[in-house]
Design a binder for this molecule. Structure first.
Ligand code: NAD
Ligand code: 4PL
Length: 246
């Protein structure tokens, strides 16, 4: 396993679910992990479990001032940002007839604007050292066109497109940008939503017949965040037990 000793990694939406598993994986490998989440108590609990030098920061990735505050605090405390994992998102279950402009904007603000705002601010810090790894969490719903999630699928399509473009923009500065595209995964968010009823059906479509846990997603993220993955950029890796064959 690769070592992240001396590296600072920001993981957004890390108070629970897939983000918390990614944070634990990176911290176990030696990274100082910034557990960034809008849920202050959840973020503090996860950071507490990781132990020092990892720490929690309360932040809303869709808000420019909040993102600026997060970056000021991280650079103050660690002096560097090596890895950014854009994991925070709203995972809705919303019938098409309920998709009004307000809900569309709410989902796009976190899921796509948030990825832009965080990438803008973090990559400006990464550039000063000529090194960086950005890993965006997409979703296989972009490939499947999954029902009851139209704004979310649109946001994830935007994330995959942005991953390709940002890889081009940041390559000259030693920064790679990739995406991981999970399938249906038993996170806290999914388990407390109507998506929880989809595991049996989605299982019939997967090559591997079991339900994914957040720990099934984290290793692919850690690999793309590693130094060793330095020749991979602009790519999207599907991590979904063979549900879609992208
Ligand atoms: P979750 O709902 O369990 O956790 C999401 C976390 O993001 C929460 O801690 C929440 O507080 C935080 N968050 C929400 N809005 C935020 C904001 N504005 N700023 C900062 N933090 C915010 O979600 P999950 O299922 O673990 O999903 C994590 C990522 O994986 C998301 O990008 C999601 O789209 C993606 N994904 C999930 C699945 C799945 O089936 N669980 C499948 C494919 C992709
Ligand atoms: C296949 O990203 O990938 C439900 C909820 N089903 O969030 C997802 C599938 C969901 C998914 C997702």
């Amino acid at each position: 396993m690769s070592s992240f000793a001396g590296r600072t990694a920001i993981v957004t939406g890390a108070a629970q679910g897939i983000g918390a598993a990614i944070a634990a994986n990176l911290a176990d490998a030696g990274a100082t992990v910034v557990v960034a989440d809008i849920n202050a108590d959840g973020a503090a609990a996860v950071a507490g479990k990781l132990g020092e030098p990892s720490f929690a920061v309360t932040a809303d990735v869709g808000d420019p001032e909040s993102v600026a505050g997060l970056h000021a605090e991280v650079t103050d405390r660690t002096g560097r940002i090596d890895i950014l994992v854009n994991n925070a998102a709203i995972v809705p279950f919303i019938a098409w007839d309920d998709v009004d402009f307000e809900s569309w904007r709410r989902i796009l603000r976190v899921g796509l604007d948030g990825v832009y705002l965080m990438s803008r601010a973090s990559s400006d810090v990464m550039r000063t050292r000529g090194y960086g790894r950005i890993v965006n969490i997409a979703s296989n719903t972009f490939f499947a066109g999954t029902p009851n999630m139209a704004p979310y699928v649109a946001a994830k399509g935007g994330v995959i497109g942005f991953t390709r473009a940002l890889a081009t923009e940041l390559g000259p500065y030693g920064i790679t940008v990739n995406a991981v595209s999970p399938g249906l995964t038993a996170s806290e968010g999914v388990l407390s939503s109507p998506h929880a009823d989809a595991f049996d059906f989605v299982g019939t479509l997967q090559a591997l017949k079991r339900r994914a846990a957040p720990d099934d997603i984290a290793p692919a993220v850690a690999f793309l965040a590693s130094e060793e993955a330095g020749w991979i950029t602009g790519s999207t890796v599907n991590v979904d037990g063979g549900h879609v064959r992208h």
